[in-house]
Structures are given as structure tokens and as C-alpha cells.
Design a protein around this ligand. Structure first.
Ligand SMILES: [Fe+2]
Ligand SMILES: [Fe+2]
Length: 330
């Protein structure tokens, strides 16, 4: 899909991965996108790269706007392979560029690439880079969700490029939340946010709360959030932040999930009267058989429920393996 202007002079130049169904063990039935952004200012600046397999498409998107030789800066918010896989190929085309990343980002980059000829500047929270009419402000977000992670805020555009945070694994021709809601639904979008949070960010709830608070305390105004996966939040960026805070606090709808596995259907049979009793009390209930459900989907159901009941056969006096795997997830 070709480049799209998301703010004056700021373009989405990412790629859509329609086919990925297994994202390091997490099922992605709707594919994903690897977003990155090009800022056409006095100093032309690229923010993030794409997955290695998609380098050619990503390069064509950038070339539709500018020759790589004119790109002055490259901001690297996060060095995981889905974003940095193509970095080496991009740097061959733009060896003149200065890379801005965190100290941990530089350390990680060293392990993946020969960086001896690259000009790398490390940045910390609050550091700024004036590139013309726009000013970039860097915000470190360690462990959201890797030690190197950071976000880039473009002050004059009130645009937060949030890297993995606030993303969704959705391959779609919709580039914005409102477009997606129009062609699919609000519920589908929110479900994708919960799914992504539950599988990528779940262990970091406490950090998420303090980081969102820190962003709010910086007093920055945000009218658009552009993550590195899925659609860009332009209709209601505050809604996705609110959703993250609610999930970090563990507040969910009144619903109970019964998660179980079974050998000879005994445990399975038990789930039915329990489900009926919950329903009779006026509470929504969902029954999830682990061997029939991808683990990442069962994890999402935990996050969508206020109550959780777990049923397991006692195999050799132990918890059944699939149930043990479920209850020991981070
Ligand atoms: Fe990541
Ligand atoms: Fe990612």
C-alpha cells in the first residue's frame, strides 16, 4: 500500500503483512502491519524501519517521496526484528544518516549489525531534536516492552509515535481508527487492542500505569497516536490510553471465563452446570477448552473477564499439561 500523509509533511511508509498467522508463538488471524514514518522537513527524518522480508516494499514507499541519499536522520525506537530487520538494508542506502536511539538500543543494534561505520547518537527522555518546523522529543519506555524501547513525540504535530505500545495486529487497508471502524466495527478494533495487550504487554501492567502517568505529567498534548502495528489513532487517541490504564488496573466487564481441559470429558461436563449457574445469576460467561483454543486467545479471555475458573483433570496426580501452561503464563 502506498505512502499516506498522516499530518502535514508526515507520512506512513510502512507495509502490510496480510499472511502472518504466528507472531513468535502468538496467533495473529488478522495479520499485522509494520508501520514506520517519514517526516519531510528541513532535515528529512525516518522513524523506524520494517521487517526484513518487507524491505523492498518499504523502500519503494520511501522512494515515492524522497531519495534515500536526502534522509538526514533515522530514529530507532525499538530494535526487535519486526521493526529493525530491514535496518541494515536501509543503512546501505542512507549511510549518511545519523541514527538516534537509546543506549540500550545501540547495544542491541551492535549484536545484530556491523555498526562500525554508522553515526549513532544515544538519547534519553526529554532530549529534543529540531529538524525544521518540527521538533522531536524522545521518551524512553524501558520494558514497554523491551529494555531499549522509546517513543518519539512530534511537538508541533501533537503526534506520538508510540512504537509497539497502543498497537494492534490488524492487516487492513484502513490506516486510521475511524476508517477501520467504518469498514469493520468498533468492537473488532477494541478486541484487537485487548488481544495485543494481553499477549505483548501483559507482564508490564504496573509499568504501563506509571509510564502513561509520566507522559501525562510531561504535559504534552496528543491528538494522534501512531503505533508501529495496526491502525493510527486519530479519532480517539485518549480512548486507547484509557483502555490501557483500565487493563493495567485489571478492571474489566462483569464476565466469568471458565478455562479447562479434559481427558475423558468429566471436567468438560462439569463446566456446563457451572456456566448455567453463573448465567442464572445474570453474569456473562465464556467456556474455553484449552486444547481447542490457541493459548494467546485463552490469555485474552482472561483479560476480558472479571472472574476466572480453571478446570483440570488430575493426570498422574498432577495438573494437566495444557492447564499448567495456562496458569503459569506471565
Ligand atoms: Fe517489540
Ligand atoms: Fe512490534
Amino acid at each position: 500500500m502506498k505512502a499516506i500523509e498522516i499530518k502535514p509533511g508526515i507520512y506512513w511508509v510502512g507495509v502490510i503483512d496480510w499472511a502472518v498467522r504466528d507472531f513468535h508463538g502468538y496467533v495473529t488471524p488478522n495479520g499485522t502491519t509494520y508501520n514506520n514514518y517519514l517526516i519531510m522537513d528541513d532535515e528529512i527524518t525516518l522513524v523506524d524501519a520494517v521487517k526484513y522480508d518487507f524491505a523492498e516494499i518499504g523502500i519503494a514507499n520511501i522512494r515515492s517521496l524522497v531519495d534515500f541519499s536526502r534522509i538526514k536522520n533515522l530514529v530507532i525506537n525499538h530494535i526487535e526484528n519486526d521493526h529493525m530487520g530491514a535496518l541494515g538494508i536501509y543503512m546501505e542506502l542512507m549511510p549518511q544518516a545519523t541514527i538516534y536511539t537509546t543506549a540500550r538500543g545501540k547495544q542491541g543494534m551492535e549484536r545484530f549489525f556491523d555498526i562500525s561505520r554508522w553515526n549513532i547518537k544515544t538519547v534519553k527522555t526529554g532530549d529534543e531534536l529540531k529538524i525544521g518546523k518540527y521538533t522531536l522529543q524522545f521518551i524512553e519506555t524501558p520494558m514497554l516492552h523491551w529494555p531499549d524501547s522509546m517513543m518519539t513525540y512530534i511537538k508541533e504535530a501533537k503526534l506520538l509515535i508510540s512504537q509497539d505500545a497502543f498497537g494492534q495486529h490488524l492487516a487492513s487497508t484502513a490506516r486510521f481508527d475511524d476508517e477501520f471502524i467504518e469498514c469493520a466495527s468498533h468492537a473488532e478494533l477494541e478486541d484487537a487492542v485487548v488481544d495485543y495487550y494481553a499477549n505483548i504487554l501483559m507482564p508490564f501492567g504496573r509499568l504501563i500505569k506509571s509510564k502513561i502517568k509520566q507522559i501525562q505529567d510531561l504535559g504534552i498534548e496528543i491528538d494522534m497516536i501512531a503505533p508501529d502495528h495496526g491502525v493510527i489513532w486519530r479519532r480517539e487517541p485518549e480512548r486507547v490510553m484509557q483502555m490501557y490504564l483500565q487493563m493495567a488496573e485489571g478492571s474489566t466487564n462483569l464476565r466469568v471465563a471458565i478455562v479447562y481441559d479434559t481427558m475423558w470429558h468429566s471436567t468438560e461436563i462439569m463446566t456446563q452446570p457451572i456456566m448455567q449457574g453463573i448465567k442464572d445469576e445474570g453474569v456473562d460467561c465464556k467456556v474455553i477448552k484449552l486444547r481447542a483454543t490457541p493459548m494467546s486467545v485463552a490469555i485474552k479471555e482472561f483479560w476480558k473477564s472479571r472472574g476466572l475458573l480453571v478446570g483440570s483433570p488430575t493426570l498422574n496426580n498432577e495438573v494437566f499439561p495444557s492447564v499448567a501452561e495456562y496458569i503459569t503464563q506471565d
